[in-house]
Design a protein around this ligand. Structure first.
Ligand code: THU
Length: 135
């Protein structure tokens, strides 16, 4: 799927954002290697800490439907700039697809494409759990 199409789906997903506290709507669209798209929006909570970002909503929707290999994720926030995935979302994406393409769109139609390695160098992976090195 073309990058602009995926970004459009991310933009559309913002409409379902539940963000009464920040009033900052975010949408994400996650393309699986099998060609399916799972969208997500941010879902806030009165405790603030229980808030789930748009990217994680999309990833958890996909994983709960049996999809764990991802090609690309598009993200669109609520301002004119690019909205980069937060640190927690970067780590969650890395768990499944370290080679995913991250597609960001701003309010002027510009697109920025990043690798996860750009965004989260030296991520912690499951292999690290078994590489304890002698202790
Ligand atoms: N948020 C996302 O959904 N994704 C991001 O990449 C950055 C932040 C949400 C969390 C919260 O609901 C609101 O944006 C303000 O932080």
């Amino acid at each position: 799927m073309d990058e602009r199409k995926l970004l459009q789906l991310a933009s559309d997903a913002r409409n379902n954002s539940y963000s009464p506290y920040s009033k900052f709507r975010v949408g994400a669209a996650l393309l699986t290697k099998s060609g399916k798209v799972f969208t997500g929006c941010n879902v806030e909570n009165a405790t603030y800490g229980a808030t789930c970002c748009a990217e994680r909503t999309a990833v958890y929707k996909a994983v709960s439907e049996g999809e764990k290999e991802f090609e690309a994720i598009a993200v669109r926030g609520d301002n004119d700039g690019f909205t980069f995935p937060c640190g927690i979302c970067r780590q969650v994406i890395a768990e499944f697809s370290p080679s995913i393409k991250v597609i960001l769109g701003d309010g002027n139609g510009n697109i920025k494409i990043c690798s996860l390695d750009d965004l989260l160098p030296h991520a912690f992976y499951k292999e690290d759990l078994y590489n304890k090195g002698g202790s």
